[in-house]
Design a protein around this ligand. Structure first.
Ligand code: ADP
Length: 402
């Protein structure tokens, strides 16, 4: 982590070129493997990116996900060659490109602001980089036509950017970035300026286009839903570090720490004490209840937090001391926990909301505010009702208490 002063001053912005160069791909060959080795960068002695290792596989859709200021753009711009790392090395398809200028990295970019040429049509915008590279006119026209089709802008080729919606402009930016068949496509919050509906639609398109063009994608976003829709794998970033890598499902189900658990969607947090570990299963005591949870190798102490997603909670009859009937109908001390479930806590319903595909139930589990998602066809609990919160053994994630 120690640096000489002159290295610290590195990282000056380089101007983003509008084009990239490209080698002709060999048919069927997977391209675009990105290997980041101990890359780091500081601004005035403060690390924007701590020494980082990352291996993005050829053809993969990889997302850097994290809150604002966590270092996502810094890492992306280093891969792009728009920022010089203070230390470490970067390889693309086995070639060291750490000091290779952006134009020679064979990379395509799409940024949040579309950065299209306003005085050029859709086709001319896509064609621009090919012209710069002196691709023959006939080949160029063919490639532009392919790109217009790929990004589903048939019929719009002669329009100017001002005659297009934000989503359409971003499709042009994608077509332009892919026209030169880059090894790696880098996308920095490309959907950020669009409204929600368009974001979902274009997100699905970005994924389709990446798959069809068989291009490795490295994508930056702070939006967890976007990351889930798009990514094969992702890295969650915090304070200049990738804190956890994995598929969306792995990260959602097995967060390494409290930060990842909370960042990847709504979760309920129940403090507990780790009482035993047996391979993939851990025993944890929450209040008066013993639960089987997923083992988390990152936990060292006894103080833990159970992270329970709203859809993991099942309602049962309230346990001992309950005054009212529970959702399952029965009540009182004799209330048994159904087979295949275990009791996490008892709680009182404080709010019931119908949200279309789900019903959101808010509860107070003796001081712990929590929420459960129920199938709308399930019995509806009423406000004030006392219920048991049940979970399936081994499903609950454990993280260290902070
Ligand atoms: P993200 O993309 O996750 O929002 P960035 O990579 O842009 O995060 O920034 C990482 C950290 O580096 C932040 O703390 C940010 O304030 C700092 N930073 C980014 N660019 C500069 C700069 N040009 N000068 C000084 N600090 C910067």
């Amino acid at each position: 982590m120690t640096l000489s002063t002159d290295r610290r001053t590195r990282g000056a912005e380089r101007k983003a070129p509008m084009t990239s160069t490209s080698a002709t791909p060999i048919a069927g060959q997977r391209r675009g493997e990105v290997v980041v080795n101990d890359i780091g960068l500081d601004y005035n002695g403060v690390p924007a990116l701590a020494d980082t290792d990352l291996h993005v596989h050829a053809g993969e859709f990889f997302t850097l996900l994290g809150p604002s200021g966590s270092g996502k753009t810094t890492l992306l711009r280093i891969i792009a060659g728009l920022l010089d790392p203070a230390r470490g090395s970067l390889h693309i398809d086995g070639t060291d490109v750490t000091r290779t200028p952006t134009q020679k990295r064979d990379i395509g970019f799409v940024f949040q602001n579309y950065a299209l040429f306003p005085h050029l049509t859709v086709a001319e915008n896509i064609e621009y980089g090919l012209k710069v590279r002196k691709m023959p006119a006939a080949k160029r026209a063919k490639r532009v036509a392919e790109m217009v089709e790929l990004v589903a802008l048939g019929g719009y080729a002669d329009r100017y950017p001002s005659q297009l919606s934000g989503g359409q402009q971003q499709r042009v930016a994608l077509g332009r970035a892919l026209a030169q068949n880059p090894r790696v496509l880098l996308l920095d919050e490309p959907l950020g300026a669009l409204d929600r509906g368009l974001r979902e639609e274009l997100g699905a398109e970005v994924r389709r286009i990446q798959q069809e063009s068989n291009t490795t994608a490295v994508y930056v976003t702070h939006d967890q839903e976007e990351a889930f829709i798009l990514s094969d794998r992702m890295g969650v970033m915090r304070d200049g570090r990738i804190v956890q890598l994995g598929t969306p499902e792995q990260l959602y189900r097995e967060p390494k720490d409290l930060f990842v658990a909370k960042f990847l969607g709504k979760t309920n947090l129940f403090p507990g004490r780790l009482t035993g570990v047996d391979g993939a299963k851990s025993l944890v005591r929450v209040g008066e209840h013993d639960l089987v949870a997923r083992t988390n190798a990152a936990i060292t102490g006894e103080d833990v937090v159970c992270s329970v997603r709203p859809e993991q909670l099942v309602f049962g009859a309230a346990g001992a001391g309950a005054a009212d009937a529970g959702a399952a109908g029965a009540a009182g001390a004799a209330a048994a926990v159904p087979a295949g479930l275990e009791r996490l806590a008892d709680a009182t319903v404080t709010e019931v909301r119908f949200l279309g595909q789900r019903r959101s139930i808010h509860l107070d589990a003796d001081g712990i505010a929590c929420a459960a998602d129920l199938d709308p066809s399930a019995p509806v609990p009423v406000v004030g009702e006392r219920v048991s919160l049940l979970v399936r053994p081994g499903e609950v994630a454990l993280v260290a208490a902070e």
